[in-house]
Design a protein around this ligand. Structure first.
Ligand SMILES: Nc1ncnc2c1ncn2[C@@H]1O[C@H](COP(=O)(O)OP(=O)(O)OP(=O)(O)O)[C@@H](O)[C@H]1O
Ligand SMILES: [Mg+2]
Length: 339
């Protein structure tokens, strides 16, 4: 795994996949550094699974090029396959077998002899907190247990590159945390992880870099921090003691913060989004604003200063994409046409 230091784990240029009229993946360029978690973020139908399937050699691109550790996914598919593993969006384990039987079977298929297969299966079940459920049929597992077993199945042989397609969709917060810990542990062992998700906080938690894709195109790329600062440097929220002072407070904040200030549905609430590029940082601006409110005799009951969430980033980016496409969201338009 140290042989590909410096070389990206994945590099694609102009990757395209069309299904009939539908350009599911429409010219995707990606560079995924080795040894990291890379997040591919996008709504339903954005083209995440299609992209992953091409990179994992399960689907042939219609145009463009993709290399995994320098190997071409079409011309050198077998070599690519020996380096990668995929945990698909839908469970791939056998429902009628137990957790142990599933892992032993897969390990045997990968060429491990029986004792080694049992040993590997047992240690993975242990690591994934499934020892107590090892001899239960998978159909009796909860969603979170299945996801963990699925991921365990895909790392029986430690791959250089692991694709995780929406590993936590539908999981409760506790199970999501368990899966996140597993992802971190996998990466700590040197595996590169490409993770697709619809959850911005998940990408934020795990990924060093993120590509946001919508309707088959990359609409933004960068570290979580870079993506957040592209839509604003923070937001200030205040709650006043007296609702009749709100208009005055709104005017004052607009002046001090130099940005538009929104009245919330809450009759005493005001929210301002701070834009980057000003001379004062968000914290300095916010404390100046509080000082002026106090000096103006306006009592503030509650105050918060936050970074924009990736949710705000995502909505801002996809809105821009809708505007650029002429007002209608292309995916929605497509789905209407089908309906
Ligand atoms: N085998 C297929 N045949 C025809 N159309 C397909 C096929 N697979 C995907 N598509 C279409 O390609 C587009 C992208 O689908 P894809 O599964 O890659 O999206 P996704 O980002 O993984 O979405 P989700 O978050 O719902 O999993 C969608 O419009 C989908 O309907
Ligand atoms: Mg998908």
């Amino acid at each position: 795994m140290s042989d590909h230091r410096g070389q990206p784990a994945i590099e694609t240029t102009g990757l395209v996949k069309t299904f009939g009229e539908n350009r599911a993946v429409d010219g995707v360029d990606l560079v995924v550094p080795a040894g990291t978690v890379y997040g591919v973020l996008g709504p339903n139908g954005a083209g995440k699974t299609t992209t992953v399937r091409m990179l994992a050699t399960l689907l042939r691109p219609d145009a463009g090029e993709a290399r995994v550790f320098g190997l071409d996914v079409v011309g050198q598919a077998a070599a690519v396959r020996s380096r990668v593993s995929l945990t698909g969006q839908y469970a791939s384990v056998d429902e009628d077998l137990t957790g142990m039987e599933n892992l032993v079977l897969l390990a045997r298929l990968l060429g491990h002899r029986k004792p080694a297969a049992r040993e590997r299966a047992a240690s993975l079940l242990e690591a994934f907190g499934l020892t107590a459920a090892a001899d239960r049929q998978v159909k009796a597992y909860s969603g979170g247990m299945r996801r963990r077993l699925d991921i365990a199945a895909s790392i029986i042989n430690t791959p250089d590159l692991l694709f995780l397609d929406e590993p936590t969709t539908g999981l409760d917060p506790r199970s999501r945390n368990q899966v996140w810990d597993i992802v971190r542990a996998v990466v700590a062992q040197g595996t590169t992880v490409l993770l697709t998700t619809q959850y911005l906080d998940e990408a934020d938690q795990l990924a060093g870099r993120i590509a946001v894709i919508d309707t088959g195109r990359v609409i933004a790329e960068g570290s979580p921090g870079q993506l957040k600062s592209s839509v604003g440097s923070g937001s200030v929220h205040v709650r006043l003691r007296e609702s009749h002072q709100r208009a005055e407070a709104q005017e004052l904040l607009t002046r001090v913060l130099g940005t538009s200030v929104q009245a919330d549905a809450d009759p005493v609430g005001l929210t301002a989004r701070l834009m980057p590029g000003g001379q004062a940082g968000p914290a300095e601006l916010a404390s100046r604003a509080l000082g002026e409110l106090a000096a103006g005799g306006i009592v503030v009951d509650d105050f918060s200063l936050g970074q924009p969430s990736l949710d705000e980033v995502f909505l801002a980016l996809t809105d821009r994409n809708i505007a650029a496409a002429g007002g209608t969201h292309p995916t929605e338009a497509k789905q209407e046409a089908v309906a």
